[in-house]
Design a protein around this ligand. Structure first.
Ligand code: ZN
Length: 57
């Protein structure tokens, strides 16, 4: 992830998994800006969805 202020790559400071989502936390070492991004679904949620698809067909 790129800092919107400095246009440099931000450092990943953490990774949380909750509600079936993976959230990556980032911080800019230059200006201290902190942000996060949704990294898509957590693995257990993907597996759960796959099982549901099989049940429907
Ligand atoms: Zn910055």
């Amino acid at each position: 992830m790129e800092c919107p202020h400095c246009k440099v790559e931000m450092r990943q400071t953490g990774k949380d998994t909750f509600s079936g989502q993976v959230i990556r936390e980032y911080k800019c070492d230059q200006c201290g800006f902190e942000s996060w991004e949704d990294d898509g679904k957590a693995l257990w949620q993907v597996l759960h969805d796959d099982n549901e698809e099989k049940d429907k067909s």
